[in-house]
Design a binder for this molecule. Sequence first.
Ligand SMILES: [Zn+2]
Length: 352
Amino acid sequence: MKPDERDKYSRQILFAGIGEAGQDALLGSSAAIVGCGALGTVAANLLVRAGVGRLRIIDRDFVETSNLQRQTLFEEADASDALPKAVAAERRLRAINSGPQVEGIVADVTPKNAIELLAGFSVILDGTDNFETRLLLNDAAISLGIPWIYAAAVASYGVTMTIRPGDSACLACLLEGAGSDNGHANASGVAAMEATCDTAGVLNAAVGVIASIEAAEAIKILAGKTEALNGRLISCDVWTGKFQSIGVARNPDCRACARREFVYLAGAAQPHITMCGRDSVQIHERHRRLDLAELGRRLASASAAEVRNNDFLLRFRVAPYELTVFADGRAIIKGTKDPAVARSLYARYVGA
Ligand SMILES: [Zn+2]
């Protein structure tokens, strides 16, 4: 450890659970965060300040004003510039701590790219907002043998659980264990979590608690202190003040961690069009890169209103819709829940 690092992290080194050996391990470690919304920004901030060696942040979305209440790495200018979250987060994190190697990737994690994006990391943190992607992360992490930390928060409530392939229950044990006590308890828990931040709202404090527990678990793994992992499904409600932790048993017949049937990774469950928050549809069926400048000129001459672009995306309004197109060919269409409408707008304005 360099002298400036010993000073920078002195309060963490003083903590007996970490010590100098733990900090050394942390400085040489790596983490990937999938989804850089509320949970992802809080966890990324904590890991970078703690001195993780390398952090990769993967996010498909851009910053909007309604994010700022809880997504603590972003500011008003990021929203007005419509910066991708991965780009804005990388800039901010580098300014916070120049030590860690921080890399923001603007992408949707899919069955096609999950292994490539996540291989080689010491831990994966869940910052996503849907169970489809979480089950894909679960498949990817188990197939790679990488621990990952499930986390979710909505309204005043959140849950988190650390998954160590081969040692602990996995997300499929928790969600898919029909008939078991786990499965029974989970059916209601999952239904509750199916409410999203877009429909039920979310308190920034609920996110802060869950993301902080998630970051603490990640730091234990990265500092080589796995004996300190809590090993339980932790939930809390910051409004009622109710905290719970329950043990989750492994399902000996689990589709993912026992039978190693990675159906989400195989892509069977991944549609080309997905709902993306309230009143938005994402199209990600195209795999060629778009020339955003050329598309911008074309749209301007085709009289699409309010064409705006930056280096990463292009946005335009076709009342009552708003289309945001990324360089990788993805598009988020706001103002509809109907995949057919989204597909037709995409074909008409971006290309068939
Ligand atoms: Zn399992």
